[in-house]
Structure formats: structure tokens, C-alpha cells
Design a protein around this ligand. Structure first.
Ligand code: ATP
Ligand code: MG
Length: 450
């Protein structure tokens, strides 16, 4: 959750490395109490809730807050995750590990959204983590949208800080785009569009609020996917309230993830709503190419995906050669070109030149509809050119072979059983306990700023 690099907002300062994170965290807490740019939506919600004063006991005896968040005890979450056992680890980020958990039926949340949960456990002793934990509770506890991950509750006991979310079956977009092995099936083009549209709706919602919310950490690992690949944005640890009407930006210490952070923000600490749009553009390029925003293992000159690829996005032939090989060429080139062009506008250096998320969403939806129409037309033309026209199919069309195909689609077909087997579920759980990206990312120093 959150900051993979951080540095003070002051211009002309030597770039921080990850070693500076904890000291930077202390100063941010000070900032939040003294400036009007505090990330808290409801400033007292956290503290009024952690002592339970504004909470109500539910019929199950759990404390449920006005916001609908439930206060979990550490013991409950320990039991839910089998004592935070290694084989329940879903992934690990800067905040700590994320575990899969099971609540017994009596313990389900107020929303009654099922008994499988994801539990994020803060690494003990992280000041930075406390700040982000607080921001997560305050933002996600107050916001609700079908493209934002649902925060079910939290635990705050002694030194233990945890967050409890709805479980997202397909994990993060990052795992699908860059993961290896059987757990990461290549995403078809249509699914990529669907994910981009869901994420754009989530981000657009934040930007549409009366007091806009700047998400600040938009990236593939923070886009989670449910069982039908609906995208939901997670991790509000770095979110900020947007500027008031008279201002174009908020000034803040530079935090976020290298490769995704907008150039003006990295250079000046000036954070715009449109800084999120830049990060969205980076994710679009990742979707096109299947390459990470930042990869120090690539040849020199190619570490930063956008710097490297941007010039190729305008050229159709070059774009084709840069497309994700895992797509195996199965995408309409017109659609890919539209996405590339849209990405280019999002990646404009000047924030004012980038489109608002509302427009980005509309373009994506148009691209998806055109894609859909093209697919239907293709199916139609295949049917038209078939030797068997309207009702002329010979009787033997329903051959034993065809029947066998029908059987293969039945729920009882063994192929389906395999897909839903406990083995497959175990794959989900086993999804990379410690994601290698984090080591790479955190070992990578900030680029030198002007
Ligand atoms: N609600 C959830 N349901 C299912 N899996 C989840 C959920 N939340 C997180 N995960 C998994 O845990 C991994 C780690 O998430 P986390 O947000 O802690 O780190 P990150 O996003 O990879 O990095 P960062 O700390 O920079 O945000 C995710 O990539 C995802 O695979
Ligand atoms: Mg995350």
C-alpha cells in the first residue's frame, strides 16, 4: 500500500532513497496536522471509532461503525487467517503482507458480503504505515463505488494495525500482466479493455466528487479484479484531497511509485488531479505492451517504459512490434491504435493538456463498443460465408461429434471440474508470497531531480 519512493516537496533537494522513508513519514504526520491539505476526509472518524464511542454493537456482538466499517479484534483475524499462516499469503506490499482469511458465518460483516476476506497486516514499527493505514480507513471508510475495493473493517490493538477487505478473486492486474506460471493467464484484449474501463470509472468517481480526491498511487498492483474481471481500485494510503477552487494543485512531499508518478509531481511536489491521469496513461501502456512501468533489468535507455515507448506510440508499425506478445496478435489493430493515442494524451508533460478521466472513460467505452461491433460483424460474416445458409444446414450437422462438443460444455465435464478444483484455489492462495517486484522497486534509487 502506497509509497515506494518518497521525498520532501521542496524543490532542488537531493532525491531520497528508500532508506529515508521512515524519517519522511514522521514529517508527513506533522504536515497533516498543520496544513489544510490533510488527507483525512473525516478527521475524527478514525479516533472516534477506534475507541468504539461512535460504534454500535451489531446483533452478532461486533462493533460496527456508522460508516458500516466493523472493528475486528486481533484474535478474530488471527483465527480467520489460520494464525497468519504462510500458505494464506496473497501478496506483499510496502505496508506488509496480505492474507486470505475466512470468517465464520456468525462473524460475517454487516454487508453480509460473504465469508472470504483479505487481511492486510502492517509490518510492526512502521510509522509510515500508520499514516497510510489511517488514510485508508478515512478515505475508503467514507467512499463507496462499485469500482473501489470495499473496506470491511479494521483492527487497531496495541501495536497491531490491520485492514480487512472484500476478497478479490483474481488478485491484482499486475499479477496477470507480469506474473509467471499457471496462476497468471494472459489477458485477452477484450478483458484488458474491460479492466481499463472499470479502473477509469473508479478514478473518474474520485475526480467527480465535490471535493476531488487525488488517488496518487495508480498502478497495476493497486487494480484488483473480482471473479469476472471487474476492476476495483485499492490502497488509499497516499490519497489526498484535491485543491480548493482557487487552486490548481496541492503541494505535498513526493510519494508514489517510480515509473507511474507524473513528471511535474516528481519535479516540484505539485500534485494535480491530472497527475492521476498520467499514471492511468502509464497503465494503458503496460496493457498494450505487457511490460512494467519500470524495470531496471531492461537494457539502458529502456528502464522507464514511458520514456522508451512514447515515441513508438504514434507509429502504427512500431506499435505493432511493441504489442504484448502474449496477445498473440489477437486484437483489432484499430482498437490498439485508439488506446495508444489515448495513452499519449494522458502522458502529456503538461497536466493541463491531459484529458479529464470523464473523457478518458468515454473514449474507452467507445473503443469497446466499436470492438464489440467489429466482433459481431466478423461472426456475422463468417455465418454469411458458410456453405450452409439460413435453415439449409444438413441434418447431419448434429453429428455425434457435435454432440460431444455440447457435452464438453456441460458443467459436469471434467474440464470444468479441474478448473474449479481445490488445486486451482490453492494456486490462488499460493500466488507469489513475496512479490519480487517489490525488492526490485525498493532497491531502485530516485532519479536525480533538477
Ligand atoms: N482485497 C484483496 N483481495 C485479493 N488479493 C489482494 C487484496 N488486496 C491485496 N491483494 C494481493 O496482495 C498483493 C499486495 O497488495 P498490497 O496493496 O499490499 O501491495 P502492492 O499494491 O503490491 O504494493 P504497494 O505497497 O506499493 O501498494 C496485491 O498485489 C494482491 O495480489
Ligand atoms: Mg497495493
Amino acid at each position: 500500500m502506497g509509497g515506494c519512493f518518497s521525498s520532501p516537496a521542496t524543490v532542488n533537494q537531493t532525491p531520497s532513497t528508500t532508506a529515508n522513508i521512515s524519517s519522511a513519514g514522521v514529517s508527513q504526520i506533522t504536515n497533516n496536522t498543520t496544513t489544510s491539505n490533510s488527507s483525512n476526509i473525516s478527521k475524527d472518524s478514525l479516533f472516534s471509532t477506534t475507541n468504539g464511542t461512535s460504534g454500535e454493537a451489531s446483533p452478532n456482538g461486533h462493533t460496527v461503525l456508522e460508516s458500516g466499517l466493523r472493528v475486528f479484534s486481533y484474535a478474530e483475524l488471527k483465527a480467520a487467517t489460520k494464525s497468519f499462516r504462510n500458505d494464506t499469503v496473497l501478496g506483499e506490499g510496502g505496508f506488509g503482507k496480505v492474507y486470505k482469511g475466512w470468517l465464520d458465518e456468525k462473524g460475517t460483516s454487516k454487508s453480509g458480503s460473504g465469508s472470504v476476506i483479505a487481511v492486510k497486516k502492517l509490518n510492526s514499527g512502521s510509522v509510515q504505515g500508520f499514516e497510510e493505514w489511517q488514510s485508508e480507513v478515512n478515505f475508503l471508510g467514507n467512499l463507496s463505488h462499485s469500482n473501489l475495493v470495499k473496506l470491511l473493517g479494521y483492527c487497531y490493538e496495541e501495536n497491531e494495525l490491520l485492514l480487512v477487505y472484500e476478497f478479490m478473486q483474481k488478485g491484482s492486474l499486475e499479477n496477470h500482466l507480469f506474473g509467471r506460471g499457471s496462476t497468471a493467464q494472459p489477458l485477452p484484449w477484450e478483458t484488458r479493455l474491460k479492466i481499463l474501463i472499470g479502473a477509469a470509472r473508479g478514478l473518474g468517481f474520485l475526480h467527480s466528487l465535490a471535493r476531488q480526491v487525488i488517488y496518487r498511487d495508480f498502478k497495476a498492483s493497486n487494480i484488483l479484479l473480482d471473479g469476472s474481471y471487474n476492476a476495483k481500485i485499492s490502497d488509499f494510503g497516499l490519497a489526498k484531497l484535491g485543491p480548493t477552487e482557487s487552486r490548481s494543485h496541492v503541494t505535498t512531499r513526493v510519494m508514489g511509485t517510480q515509473g507511474y508518478a507524473a513528471p511535474e509531481y516528481v519535479a516540484t511536489g505539485h500534485l494535480y488531479v491530472k497527475s492521476d491521469v498520467y499514471a492511468f496513461g502509464v497503465v494503458m501502456v503496460e496493457m498494450l505492451t505487457g511490460l512494467r512501468a519500470l524495470d531496471p533489468n531492461r537494457s539502458s535507455g529502456q528502464h522507464n517504459l514511458v520514456d522508451w515507448i512514447k515515441p513508438h506510440l504514434t507509429d502504427r508499425r512500431k506499435l505493432k512490434s511493441m504489442m504484448d506478445s502474449r496477445l498473440e496478435g489477437k486484437y483489432p489493430s484499430k482498437s490498439a491504435i485508439q488506446i495508444a493515442q489515448l495513452a499519449l494524451t494522458c502522458l502529456e508533460n503538461e497536466p493541463g493538456m491531459r484529458p479529464p478521466m470523464k473523457d478518458v472513460l468515454e473514449t474507452l467505452e467507445r473503443t469497446e463498443s466499436a470492438n464489440e461491433r467489429q466482433r459481431e460483424a466478423r461472426i456475422h460474416s463468417t455465418f454469411q460465408t458458410s456453405p450452409y445458409r439460413h435453415g439449409q444446414q444438413p441434418r447431419h450437422h448434429r453429428s455425434p461429434l457435435h454432440q460431444r462438443q455440447n457435452v464438453a460444455r456441460s458443467p459436469l465435464h471434467p474440464r470444468h471440474s479441474v478448473a474449479r478444483s481445490p488445486l486451482q484455489q490453492r494456486h490462488d492462495v499460493a500466488r507469489s508470497p513475496i512479490h519480487p517486484r517489490h525488492d526490485v522497486k525498493r532497491a531502485y534509487p530516485l532519479p536525480v531531480r533538477a
